[in-house]
Design a protein around this ligand. Sequence first.
Ligand code: F6P
Length: 532
Amino acid sequence: MPTAPRCDRTTAWAALQGHFQAHGRDFDLREAFARDPGRFDSLSLQAPEVFADLSKNRLDLATVKLLCELARECGLEARRDAMLAGEPINHTEGRAVLHTALRAPQGQGPFSDEVHEVLDRMLAFAEDVRDTARSGIRHIVNIGIGGSDLGPQMVVPALDAFVHPGLTFHFVSNVDGHDIAPVLRRLKPEETLFIIASKTFTTQETMANAQVAKAWFLQHGGTDTRRHFVGTTTNVKAAAEFGIDTTFGFWDWVGGRYSLWSAIGLPIALAVGAEHFRELLAGAHAMDRHFAEAPLPQNLPALLGLLDVWYRNFHGFGSRSVAPYHQGLKRLPAYLQQLEMESNGKCVDLDGEALPFATSPVVWGEPGTNGQHAYFQMLHQGTDVIPVEFILVKRPTHGHADLQAKLLANGLAQAQALMLGKTTEQARGEKAPTASATLDAQTLARHRTFPGNRPSTTLLLEQLTPRSLGALIALYEHRVFTSGVLWGINSFDQWGVELGKALCNDLLPRLASGDTAGLDSSTAGLLKKVRA
Ligand code: F6P
């Protein structure tokens, strides 16, 4: 497909620069709400399963219009359609990008027969294991890293209310033995199913942990490795060489960080069962349709991706904090770190030319309200402006209505406090019982001033179900795609992880031999220290 111009070479970019100077740099949220009583209605929208309030962001409808023009000039819609049609848009690896095909109903997406054959087989297997009286399985251990770990590790606790009560899930990823050792201590071979999850089946950490698990299994009286080890991989041959003959495959057009919908989702299927796994896919598919069909000004993933560009490249905000007000989403920030930063942490465009502008922000966060008692101080009064994304879930799956009310009030209050702030005059008029009695009133008031005008987005789910979670994750995937297209980068390769892997392979034998020839003096010195 012909490449559209990169964002900085469009007329909309120049128009946005002018717009930023005139209306963006000094944009004040409090004034914007005072000026426009319809601001909430015009800057909020309902997408499948997710309601989004964008009104506490530093933009107005004129900004949205210009950002949508930018998206059109950068060919966002054409590139989206090319992705959905299976064109090889991951051009540095010569691959299509078709995670959306994994959640398309039978007969509706590319590779439908292959996708549904594996899906049906995997879900049937999951149901067999979930019949714990017959299978005898009580513990599931997923051994994988990156995209072969973070998706299932995030989704299983998020869907805790739907998880099989007789199964315990463990996720081992790190090559640090402190990860696997405490897990193995809690297991019995006859009750354990190990899933070796690796797209390539060559990843050092996963292969090393898989060998440790297999050795432990045999040393502890395990007798039937073929029944207790399964593989989820595109490399069936390597899995067979490891001694695995139950394998659920997928394809090179599924990127690791986009793979929880594939066989990599097996732990999720084991946890919540076939019906709920299909619901997860259906929720994601609904968001795919929304992304494919909604006009840009009402297209939530596109709008969030455009907002990211507006903040990163015009306002210069370097990070975004994610605050899920649902304890089940505690691993969402880690999941999003890979999704966003491995996808868009790039410094060259599609032609390999160095980019003259910033790309992926740092994405980080913790569940609310815990974050409030740790780093929210900085969000409110620090020197950097950090947009926050609040994720609220209206209806809990527990019966503690009082806790839920407090949780929601906290989430709403934080967004409000970030926006409203507090003037020094307001602070002076208040009592501060814990303040020093010897400090003068004006100095104290300055310490208790909040600049406000700090932006946030609120995403609201009715309930955290397989369907709404599927939609939420797909929303993030397409948002990352959107900003990647505008920045003119390939969001689907990850060459940045290669160098460290190669150097590790060089250092590993040196750790045994002590050979430091040719190393920089820092690495040589440290190598000697760790060997001493
Ligand atoms: O090192 C990065 C990476 O390639 C990720 O992109 C991927 O999700 C992860 O490693 C695991 O790879 P695999 O599934 O092949 O073991």
